[in-house]
Every structure is written in structure tokens, then in C-alpha cells.
Design a protein around this ligand. Sequence first.
Ligand code: NAD
Length: 501
Amino acid sequence: MQTLPLIQHLINGQLVAGGSRAQDVFNPATGKAEKRLLLADKATVEQAIASAHAAYPAWRATQPLKRARVMSKLKVLLEENAEQICALLTAEHGKVLGDALGELQRGIENVEYASYCPELLKGEHSKNVGPSIDSWSEFQPLGVTAGITPFNFPVMVPLWMWPMAVACGNTFVLKPSERDPSSTLLVAQLALQAGLPPGVLNVVNGDKEAVDTLLHDKRVQAISFVGSTPIAEYIYATGCANGKRVQALGGAKNHAVVMPDADVANAVSALMGAAYGSCGERCMAIPLVVAVGEAVADAVVAGLKIEIAKMKVGPGIDASNDMGPLVTKQHFEKVKGFVDQGVAEGATLVVDGRGVKVSGHEGGYFLGACLFDHVKPGMTIYQEEIFGPVLGVVRVKTLQEAMDLIDAHEYGNGTCIFTRDGEAARYFSDNILVGMVGINVPLPVPVAYHSFGGWKRSLFGDLSAYGPDAVRFYTKRKTITQRWPSAGVREGTVYSFPSSR
Ligand code: NAD
């Protein structure tokens, strides 16, 4: 039997083994196991935390400008190694190469933003807040911080977290998804090459045992999590109960409203990419269209049907394909099960992707694009996050009816509206109970210098991911008030509360 290459942990700058359990990592386009991943046990994670803890004092004391230079160098290394990173990403996740490049670029933009850390950490200063008294607020690092990331963006989501955390002077332990860990690990190795001292960033591969160790260890000050809502809620509750600062981003079910005055052809093109790009495995994907009025609903369904027929489904490594496979066999079965259930619950299956076969890749986890019409709010395919290439059309009569549906949904990650009516768009964006809103923009993922976060059960915590919120999340404010009395001047005691009165 062939021995599979082993994926190890990165602790204190070294690749190390650790943990007696292991699992296979599959290529979703072939269904074949290609690597074996060691799952860290408690002792291995504690070793990573100890390494981050030991590296912290020197890294905290390193000039922000020097920390920034590591980020600038990493940006260049990521660009130079883009091909290798994306090949690894596609081989384990399945997404097509162009999509992988887009993910990497968005990750690089976060590294770029972290390289502005000397500017971002300048703090606030006020002179003469009292007689000869000056006051300033500074942003100090927290210590050892940690991140737990999902499978769907193995390069970008870790880069939402650790570059800003370490740029702010913290050290970091990252626990990536066990389903596609290789590209994440390569990026961390490039950070070492860029000059990040050993121990500042550690990567432990693993599952619940690794995560629970991070959640309970007193040395870990803060945890960033991105993944599904049940786990996000668990991470938030357990981390907070253990006295940690936690931000936990969860799942989504994003609705796109199409108004009667929308440019339907452009809306259809936008919806195709938003619904089926990355096989629907994006937290900002659009799995639901809410069409306002029967005429626009009919036009959207007809347009989608035509475009779906043109889609090319196949292995992501072939850049001419539009959509790759789902990530694992279990996920494939789960998504297919949702389609079966949609049919059973009475939605109209306009396009059925369940029979798709990719020649030469019969073992791959390929599901073709599926399109449902007449989806109703009570249905499972309306309520639950499917995370697959399944788009449902809901028909409503008014914008208000569409907005009431969106507001009533448990998730509030992203949404968008297609319209030519500025007043309707403004009313929508102003009032909708969702964290990220697009106006004629199907995937309104904020750029790196804004922050990313949903509302309702899409985010547990007070601060969003990356951008300005990340600076706040990975630092503690300290406010210092200072006075240097003149030599020889005798000062009396004041018993009243100091104020400007
Ligand atoms: P997941 O919740 O299964 O896993 C996320 C992480 O949690 C992984 O590192 C995993 O090892 C760990 N984990 C899983 N089960 C655990 C348990 N019982 N205890 C402790 N840790 C556990 O999510 P996934 O399937 O990898 O990713 C898809 C999900 O992530 C979707 O729900 C998607 O919407 C969400 N997501 C959200 C955002 C966002 O920004 N809101 C971004 C990307 C993905």
C-alpha cells in the first residue's frame, strides 16, 4: 500500500509531528486520498501555545515598523508563490483556479492592510485635558491569540486573522480546517521566510480536541472563529466563559432581491456567479432570489435556466471550468439530500444537477447547478444553509414583503438588491437587518480596509473581522494621563472629583 505524505504542525518555526490520531485529506475532483493529516492532541496544542507565549515579549517590543516590513515582504512572497498556493488550494478544496486566485488576492489585501500597522496603532492624544495635563490612549497587544478557520477559504480567512493580530504585536496559534490544510500551512511557512520570528505564528492541525484546548488554556487571550453557526455559538459561549475575548462568525443564507425595474440580464449574470461560484461554498453566496412580481420572477428563472445550460462543471485544476466539485463526499451527500428534500416539500426543481457526471473523474464529488422555483419560507431549503450549488427563487409581491422575509430569517450575513430605483435601494440598505448589503453588487464582501461581519446569528461578538475592527479586536486600549508639576510649586489637596468645572 502506498504511504501518503504526512501533513505536520508548525510550532516554533519547525514542522513537527504530534498526536496519535490522523485522517486522510482527499482530492474532491477524484475522490482519492492524497495526504494524511496528523490531528493534534492536547499536549501538541499546549506546545504551540507555549511557543507563542515565549515569543510574545520580544515580539511585543519589536517596533511596529519592523513588524510592518515582515507583512510587506510576505505580500511579495504570496504573489511570487501564487501558482503553488492555488494549486494546493484547488487540489484539496476543489474550487477552480481562477476562483482560488481571487481568494488569494483578497487575502493578500489583508496582509497589505496589516502592513499599515504603524499608522493604525498611533492611538489618540489630547493636550491640556486639565491644567498642564496631557492624556493619550494607546493600543496594546493582548498576548497569545488564536484563530480557528473553515474549509471554504483556507487561504483568505486565516489571512483575515493572524496578519493583523501579529502586526499589532500579538503572537498566534492557528487551527485551520482539517479538510484542506496544505495551502494554509504553506502561507504560514512563507511568513517565516518573510522574517516572522519562530513562535510568533504557530499552526496546529486538528479537530475538536485541538479547538477545546485553545478554548480552555488560560494563556490564550482572544479567539477569532469563522465557521458554521452551531460551532460559532459554542466557541463564543465557551471562550467567553473562560474569560477570553471572542469573535465568532457563523453561517449565512443570503437573499438577493430582484425588483421589477432591474436590468434582468445583468442581474442573471451576477446571480450565476454568486450562486454557483465556488460551488456555492461561500458564506456570501446567494442561495435565494426574492423576485418582486411574477413577471420579473419568470424572466429571472428563464434567464438562469439558459445560463446554467452553458456552465462547465469539472475539476478546478482545468481553468476553463466554471464550477468544481463539492469539498467532501459527506458534504456532497448532504447537499444532494437537501435537493431531494426540496422536491419532497413541493418546490419546483427547474434544473436538476444531481445526475451530472464528469468524464474521467467518476469518483469526484460533482453536483451540477440546481435551480428551484416557488420556494416558500417554511421549506427546509429556504431555512437552512445548504452550502452547495442550489439556488431557490421565492416569489413575492412587494419590496416590503421581500424585506420582511429577510428580516425574519435567522441569519443576517449578506444581502443585495437589483434595481434602478435609487429610493428603493436607499430604503433597503438603510433598513434591512443584515450586516453587508450590495446594491447591484451580488457579493458585497467588504475590502480589507473596511470590516466584515454579519448580523443576527451570523456573528457572535461585538467586533467584525479584519479592517479597522480587527485592530480593536487584537488590542487593548490603555489611557494614560500625565502631569509634570513645576519644580518647587507646592500643591494643595483636592477632595472634589477632578473635572473641568
Ligand atoms: P465548521 O463549523 O464545520 O468548521 C469550522 C472550524 O471549526 C474548523 O476548523 C473545524 O475543525 C472546527 N470544528 C468543527 N466542529 C467542531 C466542534 N464540534 N468543536 C470544535 N471545533 C469544531 O465549518 P466549515 O464546514 O469548515 O465551513 C463552512 C461554514 O463556515 C459555513 O457555515 C459558512 O457559512 C461558514 N463561513 C462563515 C463565514 C463568515 O464570515 N461568516 C466565512 C466562511 C465560512
